[in-house]
Design a protein around this ligand. Structure first.
Ligand SMILES: Cc1cc2nc3c(=O)[nH]c(=O)nc-3n(C[C@H](O)[C@H](O)[C@H](O)COP(=O)(O)OP(=O)(O)OC[C@H]3O[C@@H](n4cnc5c(N)ncnc54)[C@H](O)[C@@H]3O)c2cc1C
Length: 485
């Protein structure tokens, strides 16, 4: 039987700055490049066609480059253990190389069974740290130094010329890859390192000058922000690769504040994922258990209205519809969507987190759950931020251009009412050929009252003894010990 290594790609769909690939090649054994679409993930409610399509495009981009080296990534659609079992029957697998994954429970459990499989068959599974996310930390002491070490380290570019390809025998497992995964969609960012690099170059050369000024605006941020999140989430680019490209551009351009703000966010990327790595139960329950006793409403009509962009609050609805159609939204609007759901509608964060995971093309569990809980006000250590959608709309979409783009029902509504169409009298509605409650819903809850009730409940609960105790635990575990850190 031929001895081989397996390079198992997960959320690291690239061929540059790839430590496991470098190690597999340097081991000298033929290496099978493997990607597995897993039915258990495909059917998970956090995932959607948009993700599988992005992955397909990423794999195609890799395979395009790999043609030069007479090899391809072998793509399966089956559970990982089924694939590994079949490969074991055909080859003597020496090592499996991969990056560590900070994922949801499904992938965490799958990794445990892969580890058992490897142990049982004397296969060495060599996992490498992903970006600056360190496995096994008990608290954040020293993490800042580890981040610096990672980000300032050299890129590790595998020498693909040395890659020894493998003839893969026909294997009797797996399902077809659906045609819809292979069909591009013009409204979504396209996957693949080549496209990710184009976004990155364009951002540093042309778009970064408006970064800080436009970061909060739902329309302008789509151009002024880097839009690198799906390329980082699916690993088309490594974080260090982006950081280093920025260092090169910093030398030549004058937009210091923009560069500073952007590089802080690259650090936040790992900071949040590190949090989830150290406390992944956050996928299911409040980080601060003291909030478990704060009962939420379970109003499925409200939840559906929020999901479908039918709340009667134009900016909330425009954002919800836009993210469904395009997979992208800037940070402030994401925070506002969560604030409206969990504070004004007083719903539990969990269902909303699952829905938006499915909608965000850049779904990254390690950022998504900690951010969602922070915005929902259930950590007990962060300031509870409430976003008034009318004020956000007036501040960040004053002419209602973004709103009208996503809510054509409001096209006839003049600017003075675009943020609050419910303020139109019936005479004005007739004049502008618009009927509230028919063309567009009336607000499903009153804004000021619901915000006040939520604020009072959340703040009162902060003195709960369990919230306070948990707060101390969270601070000790997840925050830096001294200011310099
Ligand atoms: C409720 C909620 C859920 C979120 N879920 C995700 C998610 O699933 N995946 C995801 O990548 N981001 C998530 N974010 C963070 C942030 O909104 C996005 O990273 C950002 O909007 C992506 O756009 P960009 O690439 O143009 O960002 P830029 O502003 O250009 O930032 C560059 C990169 O820095 C990182 N980054 C930026 N902002 C943050 C932040 N606040 N926290 C952590 N990292 C950040 C991202 O990797 C981003 O690509 C979430 C935010 C909220 C409020």
């Amino acid at each position: 039987m031929q001895s081989i290594n397996i390079l198992w790609f997960k959320r690291d769909l690239r061929l540059t700055d790839h430590v496991p690939l470098h190690r597999a090649i340097e081991s000298g054994l033929p290496t099978l490049l493997l990607y597995i679409y897993e039915p258990s993930l495909v059917s998970a409610p956090e995932y959607d066609l948009r993700h599988w399509r992005f992955i397909w495009e990423s794999l195609e981009s890799m395979n395009q480059e790999l043609k030069n080296y007479n090899t391809q990534v072998s793509i399966f659609h089956d559970e990982v253990l089924n694939v590994f079992h079949q490969l074991k029957d055909q080859f003597n697998i020496t090592s499996v190389y991969s990056y560590e994954e900070t994922g949801i429970k499904i992938t965490h459990d799958r990794d445990k069974s892969v580890q058992s499989f490897c142990n049982a068959h004397k296969i060495k599974w060599q996992e490498t740290q992903t970006n600056a996310v360190v496995r096994g930390l008990k608290n954040r002491t020293g993490w800042a130094k580890l981040w610096e070490k990672y980000i300032n380290g050299s890129m590790v570019n595998p020498n693909l010329r040395k890659l020894k390809p493998i003839e893969l025998p026909t294997m009797n497992c797996g399902y077809e890859i659906p045609a819809s995964w292979k069909t591009p969609h013009a409204k979504f960012q396209k996957g693949g390192t080549a496209t990710g690099l184009r976004y990155m170059q364009d951002f540093f050369q042309n778009r970064i000058h408006n970064y800080s000024q436009h970061i909060s605006k739902p329309l302008e941020s789509r151009r002024a922000c880097s839009r690198l999140s799906p390329y980082l989430a699916w690993g088309n680019l490594s974080l260090r690769q982006v950081f280093m490209a920025q260092e090169d551009h910093k030398q030549t351009v004058k937009y210091k504040r923009n560069h500073h703000n952007f590089s802080s966010r690259l650090r936040w990327h790992c900071h949040f994922i590190q949090k989830f790595e150290m406390e992944d139960a956050m996928e299911f329950r409040n980080l601060n258990r003291g909030y478990n006793t704060l009962k939420r409403s379970e109003n499925s009509e409200h939840f559906e209205a929020w999901k479908n962009g039918q709340t009667g609050y134009p900016l909330v609805d425009a954002c919800m519809r836009c993210v469904t159609e395009t997979g992208y939204m800037n940070f402030r609007m994401r925070a506002m969507m969560v604030s409206f759901l969990t504070q004004n509608l007083w719903q539990n964060w969990k269902d909303g987190a699952t829905w938006l995971a499915q909608m965000f093309l850049d779904f990254e569990p390690g950022i998504h759950y900690p951010q969602f809980q922070m915005q929902a006000g259930v950590t007990g250590i962060n300031t509870v931020r409430m976003y008034n959608p009318v004020k956000q709309s007036q501040d960040h979409d004053p002419q209602g251009i973004f709103i009208k783009q996503w809510i054509p029902e409001l096209n006839n509504v003049p600017i003075q009412f675009i943020h609050e169409p419910w303020k139109m009298t019936s005479m004005e509605q007739t004049l502008y050929q618009f009927k509230l409650g028919v063309d567009y819903p009336k607000p499903i809850v009153p804004l000021a009252e619901t915000a006040k009730i939520a604020r009072d409940k959340i703040w009162a609960h902060r003195d709960d003894p369990i919230v306070l105790k948990e707060g101390k635990r969270i601070l000790a575990k997840h925050t830096f010990r001294n200011r310099r850190n």
